[in-house]
Design a protein around this ligand. Structure first.
Ligand code: FES
Ligand code: FES
Length: 151
């Protein structure tokens, strides 16, 4: 039994300390917004925020997440930057199949918190670990600029 702080609530979970956070989110807590892609920290589909830092939930053991603030796609829209990012995503109609997009939004929100007016280079660097098999990268970049208030 372990307590996790997820989206501002304390949640008790029954899992071994080395269970990846992603498994608990999806299978135990039925929070399906965070996606399973590669399971090896290679694609970014499972990105959540741990104390505000974008983190791959597929390789994050529960023991390392306990005691930290975990934020998932289900709650990112409740933050001012997350709200701007989601609005820009909708306006530019970024997703194609949508599978990678929770992770993209989590990565983009973390970027804009760290760098409110990112350049294309900043965006490419921050987003390079988030793979989109549908190739929505140009729209992702445009949506990040839009969320930053840059036309
Ligand atoms: S599923 Fe975690 S990085 Fe791919
Ligand atoms: S929208 Fe399909 S993988 Fe990114």
């Amino acid at each position: 039994m372990m307590n996790l702080n997820i989206n501002g609530k304390t949640v008790k979970v029954e899992a071994e300390a080395d269970t990846p956070l992603l498994w608990v989110l999806r299978d135990e807590l039925h929070m399906s917004g965070t996606k399973f892609g590669c399971g090896m920290a290679l694609c970014g589909a499972c990105t959540v925020h741990i104390d505000g830092q974008p983190t791959r939930a597929c390789v994050m053991p529960l023991s390392a997440a306990a005691g930290k603030k975990i934020t998932t796609i289900e709650a990112i829209g409740a933050t001012p930057v997350g709200q701007r990012v989601q609005a820009a995503w909708a306006e530019i109609d970024v997703p194609q199949c949508g599978y990678c997009q929770s992770g993209q939004i989590m990565a983009a929100t973390a970027l804009l918190r760290a760098i409110p007016k990112p350049t294309d280079k900043d965006i490419d660097e921050a987003m390079s670990g988030n793979i989109c098999r549908c190739g929505t990268y140009p729209r992702i970049r445009a949506a990040i600029h839009k969320a930053a208030g840059q036309a």
